[in-house]
Design a protein around this ligand. Structure first.
Ligand SMILES: Cc1cc2nc3c(=O)[nH]c(=O)nc-3n(C[C@H](O)[C@H](O)[C@H](O)COP(=O)(O)OP(=O)(O)OC[C@H]3O[C@@H](n4cnc5c(N)ncnc54)[C@H](O)[C@@H]3O)c2cc1C
Length: 467
């Protein structure tokens, strides 16, 4: 008997899942509430600029994104960052300071650059070095990123390096971010080597050298036409006929061993497998009549809101030297933007030659209320901040604002235990699978993996069914 498969939402997790199902020759249908697919991945093409509204890159280290790109035949479209300009600056006490060379995420791996750094005080540098001698934590309990970094590397490292670098990626507050859920690698290093510095130095030594015939990769990668190229590539591979847009799912119920999907426009159909790729707070609503307990567990996952503001300038109007790929701003500085990327310096093709594209971030764990300001106000806030922080006083030729209300899940302390409970509860609903950024990783690589895993689980079950 042919099994019917539905995928709810068309974010990158759902598209990755669909690519594997398609590859294996299975039939399925995707329900997407918007006119466009791709969820948080959104690229706009305006006046010969390529403007990213959401993610601007993927990490090849999380190799599932590269696998997806290869499956859909976009390997030649992969784009390295312009690493001749590489570097991160940190705003502290009225100045931009380079992140000391050799600091990986927040762990120093080289002594001299740290000693010479103008960012960290002498007391802070000594405290970071003492990490080598601090015994590992004895028990297995979760702790916040703030507790973890303060315990191992000291308060100054937390406030000036770890918080803006690491919490910025997650757009949440390190005081309640789960270190187990967000940086399990650090916990492993602490356990295995007794020290993050030792673990990181070892990891760098063991880093595989790139082979002569393999594609060159940088730490961050994108695609020549922007991240939407990934979405378009998936769509082409899957086939538009399998994707129903403008189909807002309002409920999923169980009926005679199948799942009934109901959409806002009155459409109803039954499926044997339903893969839900919507954010957890939406999933909670969809399944609430079927399983109240699971729904309330999903509702407990918190989310943060942020906005990205891209400003385009005439190159000649910018009188300062834009160093590195941009800068980040520690929360203790109490500014209204938390990071800024020189998009057209970091990436080729993002702006015509005589222009510069700059993208700033507002909100996240950091003055989240500002996300609700109107476009004009947000642009003027960003301009004021760019003038004070980076001395850019030019008038932009245009600006674009994108808001992501409840756009990023917060993995708060205890997140992994809560996800375990959610998965346990899911076992009572055969054929129902949850994928996406809400659960086991917010980055594109982890989302793709969640989609691959769901598809492979179904393929495995159906293989057993056939046998
Ligand atoms: C500003 C920003 C910058 C980021 N930068 C990066 C980065 O540089 N690199 C990186 O790796 N990650 C980044 N991320 C994170 C990453 O982009 C996301 O975690 C990831 O794209 C989420 O994918 P997803 O599959 O979970 O779902 P989503 O992208 O959230 O897609 C869910 C889909 O479900 C649809 N949907 C919702 N409700 C319904 C319904 N009732 N019926 C039908 N469809 C529905 C939505 O319309 C949407 O299309 C960033 C995120 C943001 C917000």
């Amino acid at each position: 008997m042919i099994k019917r498969i539905a995928i709810i939402g068309s974010g990158i997790s759902s598209l990755a899942c669909a690519v594997v199902l398609k590859e294996a020759g299975f039939d399925f249908v995707i329900f997407e509430k918007e006119k466009n697919i791709g969820g948080k991945i959104k690229t706009e093409y305006e006046n010969n600029f390529i403007i990213e509204a959401g993610p601007d890159s993927y990490l090849p280290e999380k190799f599932w994104s590269v696998q997806l790109i290869k499956k859909i035949g976009l390997e030649n479209e992969m784009l390295c960052s312009n690493d001749d300009h590489k570097g991160t600056y940190i705003y502290s006490a009225g100045k931009l300071h380079p992140l000391p060379e050799g600091v990986m995420l927040m762990v120093p791996t080289m002594i001299m650059p740290l000693l010479k750094s103008s960012l960290i005080s002498w007391a802070g540098k000594i405290r970071m070095g003492l990490e080598l001698f601090i015994p590992p934590k004895k028990d297995d309990s979760d702790e916040s990123l703030a507790q973890f970094v303060t315990r191992r590397l000291g308060r100054e490292c937390l406030e000036k390096i770890a918080e803006p670098l690491v919490a910025g990626i997650h757009t949440s507050n390190p005081d309640n971010m789960s270190v187990k859920a967000t940086f399990p690698r650090f916990i492993e290093m602490e356990k295995k080597y007794g020290s993050l510095i030792k673990g990181m130095v070892k990891a760098m030594k063991n880093k595989p050298q790139s082979q002569p015939n393999t594609k060159k990769m940088t730490y961050f990668m994108s695609l020549k036409k922007g991240m939407a190229e990934l979405v378009e590539g998936c769509k082409k591979f899957i086939g538009s006929d399998k994707i129903l847009t403008d189909k807002h799912v309002i409920a999923i119920n169980k009926e005679n061993g199948q799942y009934k999907i109901i959409t806002e426009d009155g459409f109803q159909d039954r499926f044997d497998y339903v893969i839900i790729g919507t954010p957890s707070y939406i999933t909670a609503e969809l399944i609430k009549d079927m399983d109240e307990n699971l729904s309330s567990m999903l509702k407990n996952i918190e989310w943060s809101s942020s906005a990205t503001i891209s400003l385009a300038y005439k190159r000649g109007d910018i009188k300062v030297n834009l160093k590195g790929f941009g800068f980040i701003v520690p929360r203790i500085e109490n500014r209204r933007i938390n990071a800024c990327t020189w998009s057209s310096i970091k990436w080729s093709y993002r702006a015509p030659d005589d222009y510069i594209l700059i993208r700033s971030f507002v909100g996240g764990g950091h003055h989240e209320e500002l996300v609700n300001e109107d476009d004009e106000k947000l642009i003027s806030i960003v301009r004021e901040e760019l003038e004070e922080i980076a001395k850019i006083n030019a008038k932009p030729v245009f600006g674009k604002v994108y808001r992501w209300q409840r756009g990023m899940p917060k993995y708060t302390v205890g997140h992994l235990d809560r996800i375990e409970e959610i998965y346990k509860s899911l076992k009572t609903h055969k054929g129902l699978l949850l994928i996406g950024c809400s659960y086991k990783g917010i980055g594109i690589g982890d989302c793709v993996k969640s989609g691959f895993d769901a598809a492979n689980f179904i393929l495995e079950e159906l293989k057993a069914f056939k046998d």
